[in-house]
Design a protein around this ligand. Structure first.
Ligand SMILES: [Fe+2]
Ligand SMILES: [Fe+2]
Length: 355
């Protein structure tokens, strides 16, 4: 389907991520059919039962008892993830009207639309935890919940669209494939679908870059410039180093998180090095080299102080992204009102038929 003129991301060493998604999907199905002894008895220790379910690698479902901190952690994480999908539509949406061909425009439109869909799956997953989508959207608009800091960087050239697909969606996949095995059922199920689509996003970005890198000298220089600007912000997507990561240990114990930030970052670097070689582009790190002893690449860490500045609102595009989101939310108010009125009308009509 994509041609065989280059080795595609998941064929490269360190790839095979789609295979992991398929395995996680099979495990989810198995968990759904497995017996859990019919649930806790009336006098059961709910906390012990919750721990047993997690230990047995089964799924916590919305009606199950769960510790309040587990519920809150999931709401925060899933909401932040949903907000990132929606805000993430902006940097690429910026290029829809300037895509270099009809084919590229159609692909980019579909990709940006996929991101809206991801936001919807995730808001729906968060709603199963007893919070409404309206509340979460309001928290984003008020600046009380965050989205991924990567979307506060500008897209300066068409090559940035390719790099976002390759590196940003690539980092998202490395982060998200383990979430397909998350202990909370609705989140795990949403992630399976998201990861399958993200894999397509990564391929389309890679293919844009491959075309540019094998085009004119100017096109290759444009691709290299985009890689130079996005490499370190992409590495920062995995969050602060393990020593500074506040929520990690508990999330790992609850099997929400399966690998540490640094483990995932290393996996991403190892995957990208070979992919960059196939592209004929250079990753902007003079200290990047194979470490025979670790069987992994040594690399320069991103600037975590910059990450913290961007998270706290001082990135190049924070203000612009939020202004745009607030405007879109206000301008879309009539659609929400119309949809709610239509839903109310339909349910009245159904009740009338049932009566
Ligand atoms: Fe997405
Ligand atoms: Fe994506």
């Amino acid at each position: 389907m994509y041609g065989n003129d280059f080795s595609a991301p998941e064929d490269a060493p360190g790839g095979g991520l789609l295979g992991e998604v398929a395995a996680a999907e099979a495990a989810l199905r198995a968990a759904a059919t497995r017996q859990r002894g019919g649930g806790p008895g009336p006098d059961a220790d709910l906390e012990a039962y919750f721990a047993d379910v997690i230990d047995a690698d089964q799924k916590i479902e919305p009606r199950d008892w769960m510790p309040e901190a587990y519920r809150k952690t999931l709401i925060r994480q899933i909401a932040q993830h949903a907000h990132s999908e929606i805000i993430g539509m902006q940097p690429e949406g910026n290029w829809i009207s300037r895509a270099p061909s009809l084919k590229r425009k159609a692909i980019l439109l579909a990709k940006v639309q996929d991101e809206a869909g991801h936001g919807l799956y995730l808001y729906a997953a968060a709603e199963t935890l007893g919070v409404s989508r309206d509340e979460l959207v309001q928290l984003l608009l008020d600046g009380r919940q965050k989205y991924s800091s990567i979307f506060n960087y500008p897209t300066l050239s068409w090559a940035d669209v390719g790099v976002i697909g390759w590196l940003v969606d690539g980092a998202a996949i490395v982060n998200q494939v383990p979430l397909c095995r998350c202990s909370y059922g609705p989140y795990a199920r949403a992630m399976i679908r998201v990861c399958k689509e993200e894999s397509f996003h990564q391929r389309q970005g890679y293919e844009i870059l491959h075309t540019l890198a094998h085009g004119t000298l100017e096109q290759k220089a444009m691709a290299q410039d985009a890689v130079d600007r996005w490499w370190y912000p992409s590495l920062a997507m995995f969050g602060p180093p393990d020593g500074d990561s506040t929520h990690s240990a508990r999330s790992m114990a609850w099997k929400i998180k399966r690998f540490s930030n640094d483990e995932l970052r290393q996996r991403f670097v190892d995957m990208c090095v070979q992919q960059a070689e196939i592209l004929g582009l250079t990753l902007p790190d003079p200290d990047l080299r194979w470490n025979e002893q670790c069987q992994a690449y040594d690399f320069t860490e991103p600037d975590y102080a910059e990450l913290m500045r961007v998270i706290s609102g001082e990135g190049p595009c924070n203000r612009q992204r939020m202004e745009h989101r607030r405007r879109a939310h206000a301008e879309g108010a009539w659609v929400r009102v119309a949809a709610a009125a239509y839903a109310a009308k339909r349910s009245t009509a159904r009740e009338a038929v049932a009566a």
